[in-house]
Design a protein around this ligand. Structure first.
Ligand code: XBP
Ligand code: MG
Length: 255
């Protein structure tokens, strides 16, 4: 077994619960701004989350739910413009401090940094969303804590394809067995597992019923001293929240 060299973090649902009250709301704001009578409620959005990537999600919605919508001559441009507006609204939501980090995320990132563990982001979301989230929740300049932010369209196929993980391994000069991934969804773990990377899952309301049989551990969150975590799958741990010792034990397969 190799030493743990790097932690690779998904963003949406893992670092923060961005989907229902962030991305979903900003999609709806963009639709309204463009005069479209589309509205994604929470229930519909759960179904739409099967498709990762905002542009891909809009296209899927058009295909599956709005087949009668008169398609503009350049559909790619239309979707890209709508998505740009959505990204602007999402940045506004983050700037108001509307979306905090999930329990234990900031604490574990600090601890990993202190131990010289390399950090990277591996996500399907737009790069601007990642920096905005980090800067508004963690600390100004905290994007620099991550040696790589692998995000969005830098790879041809988004999760559940493993491309973003292979991209990160390549850029960081690491092997899969030197890394541990943090994900929250079935699509996420399909991507990390297909790249051969051990994965800790922190579930959320949208994902808790998904298939995590490939996970090294499944948690309700990373936990804090005053907010104990629950281990849903994985060996018990003597502590009440996920520390780097816990992470290393999971990585070593002892937990
Ligand atoms: C997250 C996503 C993202 C967001 C929207 O999946 O699918 O597409 O919903 O972001 P994961 P953009 O957490 O598995 O990376 O609109 O910027 O694409
Ligand atoms: Mg996710």
């Amino acid at each position: 077994m190799s030493d743990l060299q790097a932690l690779l973090f998904d963003v949406d649902g893992t670092l923060a619960d961005t989907e229902r009250d962030g991305h979903r709301v900003s999609f709806n704001q963009a639709f309204e701004e463009e005069g479209l009578d589309w509205h994604w409620d929470s229930e519909l959005y759960l179904k739409l989350l099967a498709v990762t990537g905002g542009k891909e999600r809009i296209r899927h919605y058009l295909d599956q739910y709005r087949p009668e919508f008169p398609h503009p001559s350049d559909l790619d441009d239309f979707i890209a413009r709508l998505h740009q507006i959505k990204t602007r609204h999402f940045a506004d939501i983050l700037a108001t401090g509307g979306i905090p980090l999930r329990p234990g995320v900031g604490r574990l990132l600090q601890e990993a940094r202190g131990q010289g563990v390399r950090l990277a982001i591996t996500t399907t979301t737009t790069p601007a969303n990642v920096t905005a989230l980090l800067e508004h929740t963690l600390a100004p300049g905290s994007s620099d804590w991550f040696e790589l932010i692998a995000a969005g369209d830098v790879v041809p196929h988004k999760k559940p394809a493993p491309d973003i993980y292979f991209y990160a391994l390549d850029k960081m000069g690491l092997r899969a067995d030197q890394c541990l991934a943090f994900e929250d969804s079935g699509n996420g773990i399909r991507a990390s597992s297909a790249a051969g990377i051990k994965t800790i899952i922190t579930v959320n309301d949208y994902t808790r019923h998904e298939d995590f049989s490939d996970a090294a551990a499944v948690l309700d969150c990373l936990g804090e001293p005053d907010r104990p975590f629950t281990i849903i799958k994985g060996r018990p741990w003597q502590g009440t929240y996920a520390t780097m010792n816990y992470v290393r034990e999971v990585f070593a397969g002892d937990c």
